[in-house]
Design a protein around this ligand. Structure first.
Ligand SMILES: C[S@@+](CC[C@H](N)C(=O)[O-])C[C@H]1O[C@@H](n2cnc3c(N)ncnc32)[C@H](O)[C@@H]1O
Length: 265
């Protein structure tokens, strides 16, 4: 923690979980340097610009919320660079960061990672076999998101639980061949209704996705941080697998949803 930053007040705290409410650009600087093993970030996509998509057979607005509006290419990039730089300070020397996004934001995040001297380990294609159809029929149907995985230091020794990925059980992934190496395309459906029984978040990630990446790149007892925690999927996966969780979100309602989901464990 820099000498000038005052520790932020937790919105919620328990044995292995602390949640903060506010702009991550204000909260991250108050957390201690080199204290986090792994960061998963699902930042604003910058795609909520009044377009339409298809959901349940109906045309619906693509808008996720004001937090997702683009401020223009330059400002969006500066925002991503700023939070990624703070994440770099928080990571332990062998720590890694995952960033999830679409073509609207992932190139800016990838460039910021390179700019800030991270070492990119993988870009994972998360294929959604149940993605919504394309309404315009004028281009391909978007059916994946990209996850970048990067190490803080060029020469760091990051955690990769190779055997767990190779021999683990992934019954819902039609692309994973049992007993063979885990490849960089993961087939995981969007969250089922059973994962939304405590309330809705417009961009909730499936637990299967977070389970997989935490099992791959952390060990029990590790500290996991999510600066854009949303409905708390990362927290749920972290606690289910005996990791410690720190989550940040601007919106108190989403933090309440996180608390409700965590209480189900
Ligand atoms: C893409 S969603 C994350 C969804 C999450 N992965 C889940 O599974 O529910 C991004 C979240 O970041 C929050 N957010 C946006 N800008 C933020 C900022 N500057 N600081 C903290 N949270 C922010 C939004 O409220 C939203 O919940």
């Amino acid at each position: 923690m820099s000498e000038s930053s005052v520790a932020a007040q937790a919105f919620y705290s328990s044995d292995r979980c602390t949640l903060y409410q506010g702009n991550c650009l204000d909260i991250l600087p108050t957390l201690p340097a080199s204290s986090v093993d792994l960061i998963f970030a699902d930042p604003p996509y910058n795609l909520s610009n009044d377009g339409f998509t298809c959901h349940g057979g109906r045309a619906v607005s693509v808008n996720k919320g004001d937090w997702d509006r683009s401020q223009g290419i330059q400002q969006d990039f500066e925002f991503h660079k700023a939070w990624i730089q703070e994440c770099r300070r928080l990571l332990k020397p062998n720590g890694t960061i995952w960033i999830s996004g679409t073509y609207h934001n992932i190139y800016a995040c990838g460039f910021a990672l390179q700019w800030l001297d991270f070492h990119i380990l993988n870009d994972i294609c998360w294929y959604k076999p149940n993605a919504s159809p394309n309404l315009s029929c004028r281009f391909f149907t978007a059916s994946h998101e990209t996850l970048l995985w990067a190490r803080k230091s060029k020469k760091g020794k990051h955690t990769f639980n190779y055997e767990a990925m190779k021999t683990g059980d992934f019954p819902r992934d039609g692309l994973k061949i049992p007993g063979r190496q885990m490849r960089s395309v993961w087939s995981i459906p969007t969250p089922p209704a059973s994962e939304k029984n405590q309330g809705k978040h417009p961009t909730q990630k499936p637990l299967d996705l977070l389970d997989r990446l935490l099992l791959a790149s952390t060990n029990p007892g590790d500290v996991v941080l999510d600066p854009f925690a949303g409905s708390g999927t990362t927290g749920l996966a972290a606690l289910r697998h005996d990791r410690t969780f720190i989550g940040i979100d601007k919106e108190p309602d989403y933090l309440q949803l996180t608390i409700a989901r965590l209480s189900q464990i």
